[in-house]
Structures are given as C-alpha cells and as structure tokens.
Ligand binder design. Structure first.
Ligand code: EPU
Length: 340
C-alpha cells in the first residue's frame, strides 16, 4: 500500500542538527510492500531519493527536490544462534541506544561500547558505527534490505556490505538503491569486555572497577559520552563531523617531526590513524563560532548549531575547518555525515 505522501514537508525536527530544509515529497515506511508501492508511483518517477533514519548523520544544506523516505520498520526478536553467537533481529526503525539497553537487560551483551550513539538501528550499518574499540561490523550477522532495482527484499550477509572505517557499500554502490529494513545482530555467547581504549580504561580505574561487567562498560561509555559530546536534543549536532584521517608511516614521520604532540594510533600494516580532533584543536578552531554555527568547545571534531543556524552556515564552517587544517598539516579532512 502506498504510504501517505506529504508535499513540501519540513525536515527540521527530523535531523539532529535541527536545520530547516523542505522535502518535495516525504513519507514514513514500515514495510517492504510500501516501498514497492513507492517504486510504482508515477508522481515519484525519476525523482532522487533520500533515506532517513534518525537523521543524526546528516547535514541538510538545501531543500530536497525528491522524495525523503523515513525508514521505520519496528520490532526486536531473538532468531536463534550462529556458531558462538546469539542472533537477534531488530527493525531498522528501532532506536539504537534503546536497543543496546534492551539487549543488555535480556542478558545479551556485546553492544555496550556502542551505547548512546544517536540514531536508529537501520542506519548503523550505513556508516558502520563504532566507538571505544567496537564496530558494528564485528556484531552483525546479516541484514535485510529492499532493493529498488530488483523490487524485492534481499538478505545480505555482513561480508557483502564492504564494511570499512565509518564506511559501507550503502554509502557508495548501493546508495539510494537499497533500504535497510532490519539487521540481525550476532552477540557473543562467551562475552569478554573490550576495555582497552584509553578513555574507558581510565574511567574504569577511576571507578575502582578491575573486572568490568557489560553493565559497567555500558555505564562508563555513557558517562564518557555525556561528558564529551553534546546531546543533540539540547545542542544540534551530528556527532563527529569528520573522519579520522589515515596516513602512511612516512607521512606520519614527517608530521610528527614538526608537531611532536600529534595524536595518532598505529594500524596494522604501518599506516597511522590521526586524531582529527587534535588537528582541528591545534589549528586553533576548538570553540570557534561563525554566525550561529560553531566547533564544540569540549570535542573539536563536533560541529554544532548554536541556535537557528542554517545548513549552509554549518557547511561554510566545515569548509573553513578543512581549509585551515589543510593549510597547517597538508591533510584534507573528509566529512563523516551525508551532506545534501
Ligand atoms: N583531542 C584533542 N582535542 C579535542 C578532542 C580530542 O586534541 O578537542 C585528541 C585527544 O588527544 C584525544 C584524541 O584527540 O585523545 C581522540 O579523541 P577521542 O578519544 O574523543 O576520539 P575521536 O577520535 O575524536 C572517535 C570517533 C567517535 C567515538 C570515539 C571513541 C570518529 C570520526 N570518531 O572520536 O565517534 O565516539 O572515537 O571511540 O572515528 C562519531 O562517529 O560520531 C563519534 C562520536
């Protein structure tokens, strides 16, 4: 059945930056048959599509002359096991953090490092969400998606999603062509804490916890995130605005010779992932304000809407950050959110 199509629909309340932009057409979708009806709708023929989950990884800089589809399939159910993992299927429209909490309460830990990440479950594979030493890719068995080309639901094993650092096929070859309807999580039967990340280890020590439970890690991550990252309900933002850039061993050597306090993490194979927040901070931009847009004063990697900013203002600030970092370090930062 065709979902209700709204015209000239305001997206202000549906993006975590809280910027105004209108969609020529907007609808909410809970089932695959609604996507089939949308694909057959003559009014939408040839129009570009924008898929929206929780709207927390998106910067809207203009009205969208196409159809915005808010993906809202509900549900959570245990669907068996696969090797040494419990499998739980979750609808794309379920809130991510509430799902992490619910699984913990069900005795299914494994996602606690990813607590408090904003957004919905369907968006988690798009950018392969990650934090404090865990990435979604390590906890995903498969997903189901509606395919606009074949006009049917397909099941994709995690291995077919081309996951990388904040990256997947849904950002490239499959962008706008497949709609994630549900994800099947693989949660380890023999759970082990992932507590090696410096911030987590430090916070656990401060709390006097030597052998953390999943619940301890959950609380620790929530505390760290609350301290460092702005709550989108209070200050518009999209989490980290840039990816941490990856450089070669030689580039890293040359940079550190000039900037001895540069922060980087070695990767397998000799490359180094640099802390973009450090680069922005060292370029003197932490806490900067341009009009109604700003660089967050507690985490330089986060751009914020200080109240009433337009998407264009935030984008202009992002460009300034890119230019100043490039000028000082010769590195072009790559934005993390989808920019429309
Ligand atoms: N730092 C500064 N100035 C700052 C903030 C940080 O110099 O204003 C330096 C510090 O040395 C710090 C280092 O940068 O040790 C790294 O900062 P942090 O530990 O806060 O992590 P991050 O690399 O900035 C990444 C993810 C976050 C994730 C954290 C924890 C990306 C793009 N961001 O941030 O993810 O929560 O690690 O794992 O990979 C997100 O994607 O939206 C997000 C918040």
């Amino acid at each position: 059945m065709l979902p209700t199509l709204h015209e000239q629909f305001s997206l202000r309340d549906l993006n975590s930056f809280g910027v105004e932009a209108r969609a020529r057409f907007f609808c909410r979708v809970r089932r695959a048959d609604e996507l089939a009806a949308l694909a057959a709708e003559p009014r939408l023929a040839g129009l570009p599509r924008l898929l929206l989950g929780g709207g927390s990884n998106l910067l809207l800089t203009r009205d969208f002359d196409g159809v915005v589809i808010k993906v809202e399939p509900p549900g959570l159910r245990e669907v068996g096991e696969s090797g040494d993992a419990w499998c739980v299927e979750v609808g794309a429209g379920e809130n991510w953090h509430a799902t992490v909490e619910r699984l913990l309460a069900m005795g299914r830990p494994g996602l606690e490092n990813l607590a408090l990440i904003p957004g919905n479950c369907g968006a988690a594979p798009i950018q392969n969400i990650g934090a404090y030493g865990v990435e979604l890719a390590e906890r995903l068995e498969s997903l189901t998606a509606w395919d606009f080309d074949s006009k049917q639901v397909v099941r994709m094993p995690a291995a077919d999603c081309d996951f990388g650092y904040r990256d997947s096929a849904f950002k490239h070859a499959l962008a706008g062509r497949r709609v994630v309807l549900g994800i099947t999580l693989a949660l380890p039967k023999r759970w082990q804490p992932v507590a090696g990340y410096a911030d987590v280890a430090h916070e656990l020590r401060a709390r006097g916890i030597a052998q953390p439970s999943a619940h301890d890690i959950f609380e620790t991550v929530v505390a760290i995130r609350r301290r460092k990252l702005p709550d989108p309900a209070a200050i518009g933002n999209a989490g980290s605005f840039f990816k941490n850039p990856i450089v070669s061993r030689d580039e890293h050597r040359a940079l550190i010779a000039h900037h001895p306090s540069l922060v980087g993490y070695p990767l397998p194979g000799g490359r180094v992932k640099l802390a973009a927040a450090w680069l922005i901070d060292a370029a003197g931009l932490k806490g900067a304000t341009r009009g109604r847009a700003g660089v967050y004063d507690r985490q330089a990697l986060v751009l914020v809407n200080r109240g009433g900013a337009t998407g264009a203002e935030i984008l202009a600030l992002a460009r300034e950050v890119q230019d100043k970092v490039a000028e000082k370090f010769g590195i072009r930062l790559e934005p993390e959110p989808v920019i429309v």
